[in-house]
Design a protein. Structure first.
Length: 459
C-alpha cells in the first residue's frame, strides 16, 4: 500500500496537462524500438513480448493509437507505462526520461533540482535556444520581415508554430543576447563567424530565421531567408557537433503526428515550402537542408510511415533532384513501403500550387504520385529511345546497376519484368544481361574475372 500511495503522490506532483502534452510529442514506436526489435505488419509493429516468455510475436505497438498491447499476457499502456514496466522506473523518472528525449522541461515539483553536468553539448543547445528566443523577439518589431511573411500568406499562428524569427541587419546583433559575445560556444554552434583578422560577426543578418529541430525538439541549427536581393537567398547553419545536414529533415519534429494521421510524408525542397503547406493544413511535409536526399533521410522517414512522396518542381532541376533521391533510396527500399514522385507543373512550386489549386488538389496529386519503379522506367526510356537496338541496349545497360541495388526483392522482380517488357526482351535475358554487366565491371577496373555468368533462361 505504501508504494501505491507514493506512486499516486508522485503522479500528482506532475500536472496532467504536461503528461498529455508529453505523450503528444513522443512516438511510442521510437521509444519501444530503443529496447525491442520491432517488425512492421500492416498498420502496427510487433515483437516478442518482453514481459512473458513466448516464441511468437504477440506484443503489438500501434503508431496511430500510441499504445502497446500484448495479446498473450494482456499487458498494455502508453510510452510512459512501457518505460515503467520495462526499465523499472517510477512514474516521475519515466516522465523525466521521455521529456528529455523530446526536449521538454518537467514542471518544478518544489524539490531541489538535480545538479546539471557541464556537458559541452548542453552548452551548445542552450546557446541555440537563447539565439532562437532573440530572433523571435526581433520579428514583430521588423516591418520589413512582417511584410515579407504577409506577402507569402503566412499567418501569425503558423509563424509562431514554427518559431520563425528575424536576424537584424546588423553585424553583431547577437551581442544583445549573449553578454560574452566572444565565447567559443557561439562559434562552435555556428552562430558567429571569425574572419582572418580576428573580427567576429553574426552569421545570419537581415534574414527570416527558421529554427531547425532534432527529433527530440531541441534546436540544433537555423535556416535563413534573405529579405533583400543578397546572396545566397537561403543560408543554413554550418555542420556542428549538433547538426549534420545529411541526417536532419526540416519540420520532422512538428510533422510526426500529421505523418501518422495522413499515412504518408511529403518531402519538399525548402523550408518555406514546409511552412507554406502548413498554412493550408498540409502538415505532413518535411524538407532536406541544402543537400540531396540521403539514405539516412529515407531510413528516418520509413520509421515514421510506409509511404514517402517526393514533391519537386517540374523543371529540369526538379527532375535531377528527384533522380538523386531515387538513387539514394534504392538500398533502403522495402516491399511493404512505397516511395513515389510528384512533379508539379513547370510554373509551380509547392507553395504556389497549393495557393492556386487548394489543399485538396495537392493531397489528391500526392496520392496519385508516380511510384519509384515507374519513375525509374519512365526516366530511362526517355533518355534512350526504345525504337532502335542501340537505344534498347543503352536502356538496359543504364538500368542494370540501379535495379541491382534495389533492396526490396519483390519490387526488384517487378522492375526487372518492366525493363524486359520495355526492351522487348524476356525476363531471363534481362537477368542474364544484368549478370554479364556486373561481371564485366571488375574486369574494366583491372580486377580478376569472376565466375562466368549462367546462360539466359529459356523464354
Amino acid at each position: 500500500m505504501r508504494k501505491r500511495r507514493a506512486f499516486v503522490f508522485a503522479r500528482a506532483m506532475i500536472p496532467q496537462s504536461f503528461v498529455q502534452e508529453l505523450l503528444s510529442r513522443v512516438d511510442i514506436v521510437d521509444v519501444i524500438e530503443r529496447y525491442l526489435p520491432l517488425k512492421k505488419s500492416g498498420a502496427n509493429y510487433f515483437a516478442c513480448c518482453p514481459f512473458h516468455g513466448e516464441k511468437s510475436a504477440s506484443f503489438s505497438v500501434s503508431p496511430s493509437k500510441q499504445f502497446y498491447h500484448c495479446f498473450g499476457c494482456g499487458v498494455h499502456g502508453s510510452a510512459v507505462g512501457f518505460l515503467m514496466e520495462y526499465s523499472g522506473l517510477g512514474f516521475v523518472d519515466a516522465i523525466k526520461e521521455l521529456a528529455a528525449q523530446v526536449g521538454l522541461q518537467v514542471p518544478d515539483d518544489g524539490r531541489s533540482a538535480a545538479p546539471v553536468h557541464d556537458d559541452p553539448s548542453e552548452r551548445l543547445y542552450e546557446a541555440m535556444a537563447v539565439a532562437a528566443r532573440f530572433y523571435r523577439d526581433q520579428l514583430k518589431p521588423s516591418r520589413q520581415a512582417i511584410d515579407y511573411l504577409k506577402r507569402r500568406g503566412l499567418s501569425g499562428e503558423v509563424a509562431a508554430r514554427f518559431g520563425l524569427g528575424y536576424a537584424p541587419d546588423e553585424w553583431q546583433a547577437l551581442e544583445k543576447a549573449f553578454p560574452d559575445y566572444q565565447a567559443k560556444t557561439l562559434a562552435d554552434a555556428g552562430l558567429v563567424i571569425d574572419n582572418e583578422q580576428g573580427r567576429r560577426y553574426d552569421r545570419f543578418r537581415n534574414r527570416i530565421i527558421f529554427p531547425i529541430h532534432d527529433r527530440r525538439g531541441r534546436i540544433i541549427a537555423f535556416g535563413g531567408r534573405v529579405l533583400d536581393k543578397g546572396e545566397p537567398k537561403y543560408l543554413n547553419s554550418p555542420e556542428t557537433p549538433l547538426f549534420e545536414k545529411g541526417r536532419e529533415l526540416y519540420g520532422l519534429f512538428l510533422a510526426q503526428k500529421a505523418i501518422r494521421d495522413a499515412g504518408f510524408a511529403v518531402v519538399v525542397e525548402g523550408y518555406m515550402d514546409v511552412v507554406a503547406l502548413a498554412q493550408f493544413a498540409i502538415e505532413n511535409a518535411v524538407a532536406t537542408l541544402g543537400t540531396a536526399t540521403t539514405p539516412q533521410h529515407i531510413h528516418t522517414l520509413l520509421r515514421q510511415t510506409d509511404r514517402i512522396v517526393f514533391c519537386f518542381d517540374g523543371d529540369a532541376a526538379g527532375r535531377r533532384a528527384a533522380w538523386r533521391a531515387l538513387e539514394n533510396a534504392l538500398e533502403s527500399l522495402r516491399d511493404d513501403a512505397t516511395l513515389a514522385f510528384l512533379f508539379l507543373p513547370a510554373e509551380h512550386d509547392p507553395d504556389s500550387f497549393v495557393r492556386a489549386e487548394g489543399t485538396e488538389a495537392f493531397r489528391k496529386a500526392a496520392l496519385a504520385a508516380t511510384p519509384l519503379g515507374s519513375f525509374l522506367i519512365q526516366e530511362l526510356s526517355g533518355r534512350h529511345p526504345l525504337d532502335s537496338a542501340e537505344g534498347r541496349a543503352a536502356f538496359v545497360h543504364e538500368a542494370a546497376p540501379l535495379v541491382t541495388r534495389i533492396a526490396a526483392p519483390l519490387l526488384k522482380l517487378q522492375v526487372v519484368k518492366a525493363v524486359a517488357e520495355s526492351a522487348g526482351m524476356t525476363q531471363g535475358e534481362v537477368e542474364y544481361a544484368f549478370e554479364q554487366l556486373a561481371a564485366s565491371a571488375p574486369r574494366r577496373r583491372g580486377a580478376s574475372a569472376p565466375t562466368p555468368p549462367r546462360a539466359p533462361a529459356a523464354s
